[in-house]
Design a protein around this ligand. Structure first.
Ligand code: 5GP
Length: 205
């Protein structure tokens, strides 16, 4: 059966445990392909160019933007981030499940693209990871101890902004207990694979 893959957008504020959940899902579902984004921020310890992100200079990012290479892009915490069309479109056409870890601005752009493009519309699915409360985010970010009080306030504010937009998403997973949240996310991803919207042929004639 000829099927397109899903374009799965996962958003969630920093401190919500999104990367842990995404890693869990990827180790359990080998068919998931991570869409590597471009960013102008510097690599953190343990991050590899081409795997975590494509780390670009401001000029390199601007050149790709001018060339129309991005499916979506956004400014997040003073840096630029963007999803390359080449990371996504051909892969969903090949039937791969492509996972995008992007913020709410990016999710909104993919929603808009889906309205215009039936292929994206058939493939795009949106999941938000939420904390049980805003206080949880504050506590987790404080425990991480990597932000100044000002940066912390900015991130908590950004978290609230992102969470206010939860209706932009099709699914919400609340990360209170990690095991439960991971199981819920994996259940959603397994079910998405069974959607009829991606089937490319009339199979029962
Ligand atoms: P970090 O710098 O912590 O890796 O990511 C910061 C935020 O940027 C996260 O919320 C992440 O989802 C978002 N992000 C990462 N890549 C992209 C992208 O390509 N597009 C958009 N819109 N957001 C992204």
């Amino acid at each position: 059966m000829k099927k397109n893959g899903n374009l799965i957008v996962i958003s969630g504020p920093s401190g919500v445990g999104k990367s842990t959940l995404v890693k869990r899902a990827m180790s359990e579902l080998p068919e998931l392909q991570f869409s590597v984004s471009c960013t102008t921020r510097s690599p953190r310890e343990g991050e590899t160019d081409g795997k975590s992100y494509y780390f670009l200079s401001d000029d390199e990012f601007a050149a790709k933007l001018d060339a129309g290479e991005f499916l979506e892009f956004a400014n997040v915490y003073k840096h630029r981030y963007g999803t390359l069309k080449s990371e996504v479109l051909n892969r969903i056409r090949r039937g791969e499940e492509v996972l995008l870890d992007i913020d709410v601005q990016g999710a909104r752009q993919i929603r808009a693209a889906a309205e215009k493009d039936p292929e994206i519309r058939a493939a795009a699915q949106f999941i938000i990871i939420a904390p049980p409360s805003l206080d949880t985010i504050r506590e987790r970010l404080t425990a991480r101890n990597s932000e100044t009080p000002e940066q912390l306030a900015i991130r908590v504010d950004a978290a609230l902004n992102e969470l206010k937009n939860f209706r932009l998403y099709d699914f919400m997973v609340v990360n209170d207990d990690l095991e439960t949240a991971a199981a819920e996310l994996i259940t959603i991803l397994k079910a998405l694979k069974l959607r009829t919207a991606n089937i490319q042929e009339e199979i029962f004639q």
